[in-house]
Design a protein around this ligand. Structure first.
Ligand SMILES: O=C(O)C1=C[C@@H](OP(=O)(O)O)[C@@H](O)[C@H](O)C1
Ligand SMILES: C=C(OP(=O)(O)O)C(=O)O
Length: 433
């Protein structure tokens, strides 16, 4: 029997809360890959524990990597990663995680033996063709039945030749990141050249380069070219920052309710795309300040729509679209055609669900036009997309009767979401009605 819908709580007073956000999905999954390929153990400190990161850990374990709870980490669940000889046979479940389906196959290609890679039904629709073709050109045998998508079988020999490859990564930056992360272990390293419409998510590519360099890799970049030299990676410790993209809905709640939300531990400098929230929420009328307590967003009770190109920060779209539906003026969010290949077709999903609550959202060739209208309650479908749950929760702050279908899908990156959200809403001075 399907679980009952989650009734998104209405905020009857301005929120006034400090919300500690768990670790970054993107950093945790990069850290696990790099630690698995290193020459000595790595402690991953304050990792995210969620479906996407547990799938990554399990995938690496099935290839022979030890990933265990680190000593004296009882309160924090740090991971200790013990690199091992990579070997098949193995069967990898990517779930719906883009980071697993794009970062893991180049590592599996280094294993000796057969590795079958598959995922959730919708994962078979996410763009994979360019990385399959690239791996073949780098010397890897892959049987994908001609589909250019999951599922496929990698027949590894224990080594990957590497070399130069040209791909079209306009559908996902992860296609480049995946090739770069494993490349220090390729015999000739890699030179990835992009040819095609612009690659999205530049901050995530910067994160890949920075995290590779932090463990000793030599990486050179030019426009649309990335070069990784073969060489050893260091173990040691990697500290994971809070997931700034997962802060979006909490900070957005300050805007919707005219309240205050502080996120502790906001890094001074970061490659995370969520850092762009400071400028984006300020453009909507939020007061954004940074202090010893973290990043604080204050709303006045009314806020403007947003006219923004989100090409580099696409994963912020669902929450920004929900804010746009509640804003005082229209919004135009562009540069995000590639969101049609995310966990679901996010442009279609957002239009369907906002309009089902009485809204006026339309698809543009590369984005969304959202005109605020009075909304009413109803069932909000989530399409196995964690960020659709987060978007629904934002709408529910202001719209009574938003019933969220399959709320558990938020566990892809934030299993504690409903608890954190409930505490934030009830921490407001008057509490819920
Ligand atoms: O490398 C990463 O960790 C990510 C890159 C981005 O993917 P796309 O470039 O496919 O949008 C982002 O949307 C995703 O949530 C995480
Ligand atoms: C696009 C996202 O995830 P994935 O890593 O699965 O691509 C996301 O988290 O918004």
């Amino acid at each position: 029997m399907p679980a009952p819908h989650w009734s998104a709580p209405v905020a009857h007073a301005p929120v006034d809360a400090t919300v500690a956000i768990p670790g970054s999905k993107s950093m945790t999954n990069r850290a696990l890959i790099l630690a698995a390929l290193a020459g000595s153990p790595t402690r991953v400190t304050r990792p995210l524990h969620s479906r996407d990161t547990e799938l990554m850990a399990e995938a690496l374990r099935s290839l022979g990597v030890g990933i265990v709870e680190a000593a004296s980490s009882k309160d924090r669940d740090d991971w200790q990663v013990l690199p091992g000889e990579l070997a098949g046979p193995a069967r990898i479940d990517c779930g719906l995680a883009g980071t697993v389906m794009r970062f893991l196959p180049p590592v599996a290609a280094l294993a000796d033996g057969e590795v079958i890679v598959d995922g959730d039904p919708y994962a078979r629709k996410r763009p994979m063709g360019p990385i399959i073709t690239a791996l073949r050109e780098l010397g890897v045998e892959i049987d994908d039945g001609g589909r250019g998508a999951l599922p496929f079988t990698i027949r590894g020999t224990g080594a990957v030749r590497g070399g130069t490859v040209t791909i079209d990564a306009s559908s996902s930056s992860q296609l480049v990141s995946g090739l770069l992360l494993a490349a220090p272990r390729f015999d000739k390293g890699v030179e990835v050249r992009h040819a095609g419409p612009p690659v999205p998510s530049a901050p995530h590519l910067a994160m890949t380069v920075e995290m590779l360099r932090a463990v000793g890799a030599t990486v050179e970049t030019e426009e649309n070219v990335w070069r990784v030299t073969p060489g050893p990676l260091r173990g040691g410790e990697t500290v994971i920052e809070p997931d700034l993209s997962n802060a979006a809905q909490f900070l957005g709640a300050a805007l919707v309710t005219g309240g205050r939300v502080t996120v502790p531990g906001w890094p001074e400098r970061t490659t995370q795309p969520g850092d762009a929230l400071r400028g984006l929420l300020a453009a909507m009328g939020a007061e954004v300040s940074r202090g010893p307590d973290g990043l604080t967003v204050r709303g006045t009770g009314t806020f403007d729509g947003l006219d923004a190109d989100l090409h580099e920060v696409g994963e912020l779209t669902p929450v920004l679209a929900a804010l746009a539906a509640l804003a005082a003026t229209p919004s135009r969010l562009t540069g995000i055609a590639h969101l049609r290949g995310h966990e679901t077709d996010r442009l279609a999903a957002l239009v369907n669900e906002i309009n089902a609550l009485g809204g006026d959202a339309r698809e543009l060739p590369d984005g969304l036009q959202i005109n605020p209208r009075p909304l009413h309650g109803g069932v909000f479908h989530t399409y196995d997309d964690h960020r659709m749950v987060m978007a629904a929760a934002v709408l529910g702050l202001a719209v009574p009767g938003v019933e969220v279908e399959n709320v558990a899908t938020v566990g892809k990156t934030l299993p504690d979401f409903t608890k954190l959200w409930g505490s934030m809403v009830t921490a407001s001075p008057l509490g819920p009605a």
